[in-house]
Design a protein around this ligand. Sequence first.
Ligand code: COA
Length: 191
Amino acid sequence: MPTTAISARIRPERAVDQPLSVETRLPLRPYGRENDWLLIMQHLAPLLASSYPGGAQWLSRRLDDIGEGRARAQLVEVSGQLRGVAIETPKASNQIKLSTLWLAPSLRGCGFGHELLQACTSRWRADGVPLAWITASSTALKAVGGLVTQHGFDLTACERDRYGIGRDEWVFQWTPDRGTSPVGPRARHGW
Ligand SMILES: CC(C)(COP(=O)(O)OP(=O)(O)OC[C@H]1O[C@@H](n2cnc3c(N)ncnc32)[C@H](O)[C@@H]1OP(=O)(O)O)[C@@H](O)C(=O)NCCC(=O)NCCS
């Protein structure tokens, strides 16, 4: 997306979610600052555009939803750079879709993914969320699946050719009754 198009979409500051109560090493904060729309679009739109048809447009709409209170996000920002994000979309019956879970490559492999996801699941528990889910492309399957299955998610489906021939999408569901101890995801699901 051209810079001018992004600049034109900078949103005013809005009421934001309360900060998460979970302690993390990550500098986590809720979406809501004036330049957050731009910050996320700059970092994530190219990735989503390459991963999903219409991915950049989807992200733009989702950020608008956050601004309107129909979704929410937690950001990891370091020195003005976006280093991570978790976008949640509330669904019917208090269910949640974890629409986006992303950490910058420079932060990966240090346990920060665990912290980011635990911040989400802790709040879901506190909020009485009965069901949450996340999907992963085949490209992100190992990283996302390896992480989320350690936090109470189970692989429940694979939508074959969801975004084109060979572009499968894997579905992981979370329920609060599932434990959070490591469960050996790769061994269990055989990927
Ligand atoms: C998924 C992601 C957030 C994990 O972050 P991370 O900081 O690397 O995760 P952690 O260091 O906390 O590791 C957590 C677990 O993830 C799993 N994992 C992470 N990367 C993995 C990989 N490349 N292969 C297999 N497992 C992996 C491991 O099971 C690990 O558990 P362990 O510490 O017991 O080995 C990160 O890899 C990422 O952002 N990937 C891109 C996802 C994406 O494309 N998002 C945009 C579309 S929604």
